[in-house]
Design a protein around this ligand. Structure first.
Ligand code: ATP
Ligand code: ZN
Length: 288
């Protein structure tokens, strides 16, 4: 065990998780120097060390204590079944694992898979799905290019990550059954304590602020005084909106925070209530 208070974080070296993982770290205000091809890097302004690895190895490295925390897809986490905990969901690298069959075949439900051979790189996730659905199928584990298995007679169906479906299509397959939803998560050893736990909490606080900022916008608008109450109810913000008098009598400027999810709907309602000169600006960080 390393007792110096430092967080070792395992990140995918190169792949679909890498860029967003590094971007998140950067927006948390953590900088590091990284030589091309380096497997390790040290943060310059936070007690953190980066280990750059294959994503498949990350749950194991964290479980074994080589790294304290890591960023990995829930799909890999569920497949590896290691003793780690999810500290926080990160909201990027969203994807799903699905079963696909030859596109010429009709699909009438999971029981059609009874007695079939299914090729996958995710045998454990698939096995759980089949068991929960009382389906008896033969699982063929293969590590890459799963989608060619039916074409070469190795399997009747596949279970793999689907994004656009175009890879499936070019291999004569169609998605018929989603079985697992995934996004990137920050994982940690279950037993983090003391100074390291405090460092993890510090990092989590920053991550939450970054995520909140991404999900919210700062909004400024002009409104007639008579509309203050109704507009206040539309943009309540973190506590309540700021209200400043305008030079023009009977008018105010209102400032608040608005959530990305119901953004356009609220804007339409504000306009209907007579709001004018609406400005919406990004928030750099949002401290909750
Ligand atoms: P490595 O070389 O590190 O083993 P890999 O080829 O196994 O990489 P990637 O393709 O880089 O893995 O995918 C990493 C993770 O990103 C996946 O486990 C999954 O969680 C997520 N992911 C995969 N495909 C997509 C996609 N199309 N869209 C979004 N996220 C995805
Ligand atoms: Zn991998």
């Amino acid at each position: 065990m390393n007792n110096s208070a430092k967080l070792r974080i395992a990140i995918q070296k190169s792949g679909r998780l890498s860029e967003d993982s590094l971007q998140m770290i950067k927006e948390c205000g953590i900088s590091f120097k990284n030589g091309i091809g380096a497997l390790k890097a040290e943060a310059t302004n936070f007690p953190m060390e980066f280990l750059l690895l294959r994503d498949d190895d990350i749950p194991g490295y964290v479980a074994d204590g080589v790294a304290d925390i890591g960023i990995v897809g829930e799909n890999v986490l569920a497949e590896k079944q290691r003793d780690v905990v999810v500290a926080h969901k990160l909201g990027f690298s969203k994807c799903r694992l699905s079963i696909a069959i030859p596109k010429s075949e009709p699909y009438e439900g999971v029981h059609q898979l009874d007695g079939k051979r299914i090729a996958t790189s995710y045998p454990k996730i698939l096995e759980t799905f089949l068991r929960n659905n009382n389906v008896q199928a033969e699982i063929h584990e293969i590590s890459g290019s799963v989608e060619i298995a039916p074409g070469i007679g190795l399997a009747d169906a596949i279970c793999d990550i689907v994004s656009s479906g175009s890879t499936l299509f070019t291999n004569g397959l169609k998605e018929v059954q989603p079985i697992f939803q995934s996004e990137a998560v920050l994982i940690s050893r279950p037993d983090m304590a003391g100074e390291q736990r405090a460092l993890l909490d510090k990092l989590l606080f920053r991550i939450r602020s970054v995520q909140a900022a991404r999900n919210n916008k700062y909004i400024l608008l002009n409104a007639p005084e008579s509309k203050i109450e109704v507009i206040k109810s539309l943009i309540p913000g973190m506590k309540s909106p700021s209200i400043l008098p305008l030079a023009e009598p009977g008018w105010v400027s209102m400032h608040s925070v608005i959530n990305e999810n119901d953004f356009w709907e609220v804007i339409e309602k504000l306009q209907a209530e007579g709001a004018q000169g609406i400005l919406v600006v990004p928030i750099e960080k949002m401290i909750l």
